[in-house]
Design a protein around this ligand. Structure first.
Ligand SMILES: Nc1ncnc2c1ncn2[C@@H]1O[C@H](COP(=O)(O)OP(=O)(O)O)[C@@H](O)[C@H]1O
Ligand SMILES: [Mg+2]
Length: 242
């Protein structure tokens, strides 16, 4: 469904993403992990059209979408969420979600119905009239998810939607993400909460200093010495094995 090949993106002299490749098949939940600053968000931005890649290719459902602008990629059926959530503060949750729904329809009533359906899916049915500014961190994360979902994507890229949540909230959002997948939306997610990745993702990719260093099942990844080193520092895998 998604094929990323040898994608690169530099900022000045810094190679934030360095020849990274990955695949997502329809119906999967795929995880993307890696230490802070590894280039995960930059890779998402380059896939979703927010950064023009310096090199490499992105194909979605067989179409080459490399260099397309975000709105065109969104229309094609792929959308990302933002790690730093920015809900419109002075409008309601309903209206915030409608911004996403207007991507598919110009009809206000339809956008409203769509927003309400999506709110139900992410557990915000009771907060539709709350102002964006009044949401907690967990509420903002759900709203970010809802806005993306309201564009009716077939592939959803989630950037750390669990960051800043407490264990109960994480359990809830894990269930929401699973329900979204079961409704027919394929998911690629960046996540720091390892337990959540392990329970959600069938396959995991590991990015380190812009390079894809491993991929496989969560269990195989957890035992991969290169991955352990990337997280814990040079020599860690050897020490842990000893
Ligand atoms: N717009 C930007 N301009 C310059 N440097 C950036 C920009 N965005 C990210 N970077 C740098 O690129 C590297 C990768 O960042 P990022 O993709 O946000 O990593 P991650 O999401 O894995 O934590 C970091 O060193 C970061 O400082
Ligand atoms: Mg990031």
């Amino acid at each position: 469904m998604l094929e990323v090949r040898e994608l690169s993106k530099s900022f000045g002299g810094l190679k934030a993403v360095d020849h990274a490749s990955l695949d997502v098949r329809q119906g999967e939940i795929v995880g993307l992990i890696g230490p802070n600053g590894a280039g995960k968000t930059t890779l998402f931005a380059a896939i979703a059209g927010f950064h023009a890649p310096d090199a490499g290719r992105v194909a979605f459902e067989g179409k080459d979408i490399t260099g397309w602008p975000p709105h065109r990629i969104c229309s094609a059926g792929m959308v990302r969420t933002f790690q730093i959530t920015q809900p419109f503060a002075k409008i309601s949750v309903r209206e915030n979600i409608m911004v996403g729904a207007y991507f598919r329809t110009a009809d206000r009533k339809r956008a409203e119905r769509e927003a309400e359906a999506v709110a139900g899916m992410v557990g915000m049915a009771g907060q539709l009239d709350q102002m964006g500014a009044d949401l907690t961190v967990a509420g903002r994360k759900r709203l970010e998810l809802a806005r993306a979902l309201a564009t009716s994507p077939r592939l959803l890229l989630l950037d750390e939607v669990m960051a800043g949540l407490n264990p109960t909230e994480i359990t809830e959002i894990v269930a929401v993400i699973r329900a979204i997948r079961d409704s027919g939306v394929t998911i690629l997610l960046i996540e720091h909460v390892m337990q959540a990745v392990t329970s959600l993702a069938e396959r995991v990719y590991v990015l380190n200093q812009g390079r894809m260093i491993a991929d496989g099942t969560p269990a195989a990844i957890a035992e991969n010495p290169e991955v352990v080193e990337a997280y814990l520092g040079h020599g860690a895998a050897k020490v842990l094995r000893a």
